[in-house]
Design a protein around this ligand. Structure first.
Ligand code: B12
Length: 205
């Protein structure tokens, strides 16, 4: 696992993909690779995102390596025939982080949900319009910076005003880990993408 963490932190795309593939062949569970590989590497990158040490190129290279590892870990992408409900995912306006959202998308698609990805920096209005048009059962928010919390708190209220109160709202991401569902006015706050899948299994089917 440490070899994967090192390769990711070096932004070495080829080696990261090779190490992730090796771990899979050795039978290591996806959930462990995501938490102890990608999660651990990103945790160590944390301090490099502070204003004085910010090196965009370095972190972008790491991000590119993470995205390639996600493709290696979830080779079926989102193409598997969905046979469960529709989920709309996004990172909200002002938040350009999308690695955790991309993992969540793959995990949920792998569980059979039809996942509509509204991308990053997504205005609340567009998210809710999409959920309505696509007749979504749930909206999933990935929140990495605390400035999006005020938007998250509004979602259920806007849904109710538009007669869409049946749509569940769940959220995850580093900025929300200390928050409760009550504080964020959502139905569920997930620790990991896999937790999100378990929540949907009981709330949406
Ligand atoms: C990589 C990174 C970046 C990359 C993002 C690349 C990309 N394509 O996403 C880049 C370089 C672009 C970036 C930019 C910035 N960043 Co940054 N970044 C990070 C870093 C190091 C890792 C984030 C990450 O991808 N983690 C890995 C993923 C896999 O983890 P995750 O998102 O938590 O996802 C897991 C779970 O949480 C869950 N999950 C996530 N979303 C969802 C959603 C649902 C529905 C579910 C069920 C589950 C779920 O599933 C995943 C797997 O289990 C973090 C530090 C950290 N510890 O998080 C800082 C961090 C998030 N960044 C930070 C900051 C400040 C910035 C900048 C403002 C820096 C600057 N000075 O300009 C900018 C701009 C941000 C903006 N406007 O959005 C701060 C945020 C502070 C705060 N609390 O608000 C952090 C915490 C660093 C820090 N300590 O200061 N960043």
């Amino acid at each position: 696992m440490q070899l994967l963490v090192d390769a990711l932190l070096n932004g070495d795309q080829g080696r990261s993909v090779a190490e992730a593939g090796r771990l899979r062949r050795e039978g290591v569970a996806l959930e462990r690779i995501v938490a102890e590989g990608i999660g651990a590497a990103m945790g160590q990158l944390d301090s490099k995102c502070t204003i004085d040490q910010f090196n965009l190129l370095e972190i972008m290279l790491v991000g590119r390596a993470v995205n390639s590892v996600i493709k290696e870990l979830f080779p079926q992408g989102t193409s598997a025939e969905p046979n469960r409900g529709t989920i709309v995912l996004a990172s909200l306006e002002g938040d350009v982080h999308d690695l955790g959202k991309n993992i969540t998308k793959m995990v949920l698609a792998g569980k059979g949900y039809r996942v509509i990805d509204c991308g990053k920096d997504c205005p609340l209005e567009r998210l809710i319009d999409t959920a309505e048009q696509q007749q979504a059962e749930a909206i999933g928010i990935s929140g990495l910076i605390t400035t999006v919390i005020s938007q998250i708190k509004k979602i259920k209220m806007v849904l109710e005003q538009r007669g869409l109160g049946h749509i569940k709202v769940f959220a995850g991401g580093a900025a929300l880990k200390q928050a409760t569902a009550e504080m964020l006015r959502v139905d569920f706050v997930a620790e990991t993408a896999f937790d999100g899948g378990r929540f949907l299994g009981s709330a949406v089917k």
